[in-house]
Design a protein around this ligand. Structure first.
Ligand code: ZN
Length: 305
């Protein structure tokens, strides 16, 4: 009897375990199938991408700068322009292009997600801020903001440190100047793990750090030519960034969109690189990700789940 009982008991256990096990396997297999088909991001990610173009300045590849901006505007995609204060304001063509589009594009609020041109402070003379004390850093930020405001009528709320270099004095200077967003890169300003505390419950003098983790081109490691990257590579960086940090900021420079030889750039557009940019914008949208401005990132962070 005892043995029979044990046998029956085992038999019953096998049945009672195998139904939940089957369901578990079914669910696991289903979710694995879904994940391999889809672009995989953390559930807390903003599912959004921000683009910033650094080194906006007078008489430097201005046709190229405008062709890149056109690509964003034609595709109704937002872009942040990192302007070098002391080197901006005298190139009538560039200034007119940016101010006309600021007025037109930013006035378009009828679309559900209208493209926005956002203006950022990219230093006074593209200096390494870590070489200055706090008081000097603060006045450099102030001068650049005043100049940009005088030329374009908007005061930047974003600071992109030149060379992505910054320190604690930079943070204090930004708070002093009421510039609440800073975008260096993940190497020089590593993001803390995103959390409710990081993106909500902020006080008015808090800083939002949205460092860049990818780019569409860069100086080669040998420092002797400027290389452009293919859209698939950038999409992989975006996926990694959304998983690691919950957001993705991609940096562009006018240089990788110019026809160039080594470090000599011409004011003509590299059409291959520009078409890679279009493919990148399309690719992001095909994955269901939004293209937003730096200040918009925090409103898409899904921190409550
Ligand atoms: Zn720069």
């Amino acid at each position: 009897m005892h043995i029979l009982f044990r046998q029956n008991f085992r038999h019953n256990m096998t049945i009672s375990i195998s139904i939940p096990l089957f369901l578990f396997l079914l669910i696991t297999l289903t979710s694995l199938t879904t994940n391999t088909d889809a672009f995989s991001t953390s559930p807390k990610s903003c599912e959004c991408v921000t683009f910033r173009m650094d080194d906006i300045q007078d008489f430097f590849l201005n046709d190229v700068q405008m062709a890149v901006m056109d690509t964003f505007l034609d595709n109704n995609a937002s872009l942040t322009l990192g302007i070098i204060g002391a080197h901006f304001g005298e190139d009538d063509t560039l200034v007119k292009y940016i101010s006309d589009n600021l007025l037109q594009v930013n006035a378009n609020t009828t679309d559900s997600q209208p493209a926005i041109l956002q203006i950022a402070n990219h230093g006074w003379e593209h200096e390494d801020f870590t070489e200055y004390n706090m008081s000097n850093q603060s006045s450099l930020i102030k001068r650049a903001n005043e100049r940009i405001s005088f030329i374009l009528g908007v005061t930047p709320v974003i600071f992109i440190p030149p060379f992505n270099m910054l320190n604690n004095d930079t943070f204090s200077s930004l708070i002093e100047n009421r510039v609440p967003y800073v975008s260096a890169n993940v190497t020089t300003d590593p993001p803390s793990i995103y959390s409710e505390k990081s993106y909500q419950n902020r006080t008015s003098d808090s800083l939002y750090h949205f460092p860049s983790s990818g780019n569409t081109g860069d100086l080669s490691t040998s420092n002797d030519y400027w290389e452009g990257r293919e859209h698939q590579q950038v999409l992989s960086d975006i996926e990694l960034s959304l998983n690691n940090y919950g957001f993705a900021v991609v940096t562009l420079h006018p240089m990788e969109y110019s026809q160039r030889e080594d470090l000599n750039y011409s004011n003509s557009v590299d059409l291959h690189q520009l078409s890679e940019l279009k493919k990148l914008i399309n690719g992001i949208r095909e994955l269901g990700l939004k293209i937003v401005t730096i200040p918009e990132i925090k409103s898409y962070m899904n921190v409550s789940t």
